[in-house]
Design a protein around this ligand. Structure first.
Ligand code: ADP
Ligand code: VHF
Length: 376
């Protein structure tokens, strides 16, 4: 076991604050996808004891859509957005009522926090969500977070809760993130394939080379392993370690036992605002760069100027997030752009001095200032 692992495991045991995400597949029975109350009460027992031992716990719980399947008389998880939203509307109430009741047995109060992608992608909303979570934790409440499925449309939807959980771990300043799913670890290939082996430790993205990361294996989950690995990367960039495992192993994960897959965080986490730009925003367009400009923004960490941009794709307004791409289309950075997509094309390839002389001082500004640019 690599030398960093024991200290990272201890970080979970000693965590002041931990975010635990549970997927639909862990909360539902295989038959019909209805909520499995035994699984819910096992999870609550574990988290309540952790809370009563003095650790702050934020629960990110999926399962609203699954919990709506039974009451709506559906045979399986709906595929269309409107029925998913109806199921979530019915199911979220039932799910929260169950949590409220079960945590109540331990004398603990829960608070429902429903977030849309907008609540984390807009900087002002992000800080609002941060403030609310902080207050709830300060008051000793167990916040229970889910995506606000009933109002989220396709374009703005997370869909799965893995990325949301990682962003919540970051905004809550958690010491660890635990992702609970229906497999006990990340395997070197989809566990449905024979002979695949669990991976105990992921120290860096290179450790994932050759690992086959597939989609969901259940009828109720969404995203599969890909979104969990992505979530571990988002938490890791904020300096937060992640353990991925199953509900039966959750206690072990929380007390620092060697269960599941441990994902190490990066050593030097980048600044919060850059993390927000890199992971919490939804890009509205793409800027293609020439090789010189790629080198300037990624290696020399310069601001992006119009001279190095070769093409503009998508429709965006000033201060929207956009992806910054190499000539082959690879995304190398994300940033908040200072020009709209209608204004930008006529500036391409031009020097800022020329533009200022011709169009006025307003056009001397960078396309993306280095403070608004997160290199990926
Ligand atoms: N390399 C892999 N290792 C482990 N699980 C994998 C892998 N590739 C795909 N999966 C699948 O990912 C599933 C978990 O994702 P998902 O169904 O979305 O769960 P959840 O509802 O907990 O979010 C597993 O059941 C498994 O079938
Ligand atoms: N917000 C949705 C989550 C959707 C979902 O299936 O997520 P997950 O099980 O985490 O892949 C719900 O509560 O049903």
């Amino acid at each position: 076991m690599p030398s960093r692992a024991p200290a990272l495991r201890r970080a979970f045991a000693d965590a002041r604050r931990v975010v635990v995400k549970v997927g639909s597949s862990s909360l539902t029975s295989s038959a019909g996808g209805a909520i499995d109350m035994l699984a819910v009460s096992r999870l609550v027992d574990l988290l309540a004891r952790r809370r009563l031992d003095g650790h702050q716990v934020v629960l990110v719980s999926s399962g609203a859509i699954a919990a709506g399947i039974g009451p709506l008389g559906l045979k399986k998880r709906p595929r269309d957005l409107a029925t998913q939203q109806a199921a979530a509307s019915v199911g979220q109430g039932a799910l929260i009522a169950a949590y409220q009741h079960l945590f109540g047995i331990y004398g603990l109060t829960t608070g429902q926090v429903l977030l849309t992608a907008d609540d984390v992608t807009r900087r002002a909303h992000y800080t609002n969500a941060q403030r609310t979570l902080e207050k709830l934790l300060e008051l000793g409440i167990v916040p229970i977070v889910n995506e606000n499925d009933t109002v989220a449309t396709h374009e703005i939807r997370f869909g799965d809760n893995d990325r949301l959980a990682a962003l919540v771990a970051d905004l809550a300043g958690a010491d660890g993130l635990v992702l609970l799913t229906d497999v006990d670890a990340l395997y070197d290939g989809p566990p449905s394939q024979e002979g695949t082996q669990p991976i105990p430790f992921v120290g860096s993205p290179e450790d994932l080379a050759g690992v086959l990361i597939g989609g969901t294996g259940s009828h109720v989950g969404s995203g599969g392993m890909a979104t969990k690995v992505e979530a571990a990367g988002i938490a890791g960039a904020a300096g937060i370690p992640t353990v991925l495992t199953s509900l039966p192993q959750a206690r072990g994960a929380l007390v620092g036992d060697e269960v599941g897959t441990l994902f190490a965080p990066v050593d030097a986490a980048r600044a919060s605002r850059k993390r927000w730009i890199a992971f919490a925003t939804t890009p509205r367009g793409r800027l293609l760069l020439d090789e010189g400009a790629v080198e300037a923004v990624t290696v020399r960490r310069k601001s992006l100027l119009p001279a190095g941009i070769t093409a503009v794709q998508g429709r965006f307004t000033e201060r929207d997030p956009v992806d910054v791409c190499a000539p082959d289309g690879r995304v190398v950075a994300r940033g908040l752009v200072n020009y709209s997509s209608s204004d930008l094309p006529r500036l391409l390839g031009r020097s800022t001095k020329d533009l200022a002389r011709e169009l006025g001082g307003h056009y001397e500004r960078e396309v993306i200032h280095r403070d608004d640019l997160a290199v990926l």
